[in-house]
Design a protein around this ligand. Sequence first.
Ligand code: FAD
Length: 474
Amino acid sequence: MRSRFGPRIAVTDPDDIAPWLTDWRGRYHGRAPAILAPASTGEVQAIVAAARHGGVALVPQGGNTSMVGGATPPADGSALILSLRRMNRVRAIDPVANLAVADAGVILADLHAAADAVGRRFPLTLGARGSATIGGLASTNAGGTQVLRWGTMRGLVAGVEAVLPDGSLHDGLVALKKDNRGYDLNQLLIGAEGTLGVITAATLRLAPAIAARAVAWAGVASPHAALRLLRLIEADSDAIESFEILPDETLALVLGHIPDTRAPLTGPHAWHVLIEAVAGDFDREPPAMLLERLLARALAEGVIEDATLAASEAQAEAFWRIRHSISESARAQGPQTQHDISVPVDRMPDFLTLDARAIEAALPGTSASGFGHLGDGNVHFHVRAPADSDPARWYAEQAPLVTRVVHDHVVVAGGSISAEHGIGQMKLAELERLGPPARLAALRAIKAAFDPANLFNPGKLVRPEPVTDLCGNG
Ligand code: FAD
């Protein structure tokens, strides 16, 4: 590769490779003799052809911010990392068509800046925006805090360019509004976690820049009341971008551990809701007036107990800071398992109350609670270890059981054991345990059809098995 494409295409110094061998959370450690870092789609094709010829596995990697060990190479050193970070050009941006074409290695924050510069925005953001790349976001079908209005990457990606495991190029960048030529390869590659090929570029939908936003905080008696509030707002307006829920104990935790945070409301409330509304132009009802009107109605109808509207941008940021500090403050509570789960939105209030209590009963001494994107039916569900638990022992002996109990409840509720973060290596065994047989068989058949030699991100998302037909017949 070096003789063909120059020295930068291969990184072999162990010190330069080391930072990319461990996942973001520090749970998984891999080995790789080299990182291959192509600068163009043509170079990716050459690498894939050579890897196929030599039977060498490749682990596509973007910002390495995966929450499920998805971009960490195997521990036996049998794979090479294929880093897309040098492919970091926004190829085109069209504010009239509201589309951008970006290389896979473009960092999300850089795409935000490029869209901003032409009076548009890419309406997906998340905590890792300074590192996560377009290829990684597409490959994990990432969500974020605006899914309620704009959907996940599946809705925001209008086209995909990818090198498939046989070395061929899938050129699906053209954004067609209608295309009924059978299976949608773009959508197969989105959320495939690098197991079906390497995404080299994507066409992305842009939205009008935000002209105004309003952020409100409401106190409610229960998640059921929070859901009533959501439905009341949704029946009136499509301007809501975020609708986040947290229990009072979680707010107390943040206030207790994060300096300079204050409760937005004075009275005690069992649950809290953070709402953001935005407007892209000034023709519509300003978002502050919209929220004020709807929250007043919710108060009059007894849906909420109290509410306040952020009076300034600084106060809006202070409300969001509480939400973004939850994970940090939760760490101060000692050992716990964290679950990225979803259930149907209408089922979520019961999950946060009845199922949480049932999980605690099944795991004596633990306490369970969830917070997050109620509007998406997706919460981060934490189960804390009994007081005085030895962390190392609890993680080794109890945490897997806790995860199984939580996932069992999710499945009974009709939900998903991975709402946002994907399967990676972390949830592979649980997917195999719980995935409906028809779904698992289809995943394996698709993997075998695209990548029969299992060279693309082996050990993540789906493991090959003897292929049976989709009815389960051997
Ligand atoms: P990597 O971590 O490098 O890779 C992720 C997966 O994609 C791996 O399986 C990898 O093999 C594959 N991959 C990477 N690039 C390519 C490519 N070009 N072609 C094919 N496969 C590829 N997720 C949410 O959905 N919502 C959130 O709110 C959210 N918040 C987060 C906050 C923090 C602080 C962090 C660290 C993560 C968060 N995430 C969230 C996880 C998020 O999904 C990932 O961070 C992101 O999508 C991965 O991008 P990446 O470039 O880092 O990919």
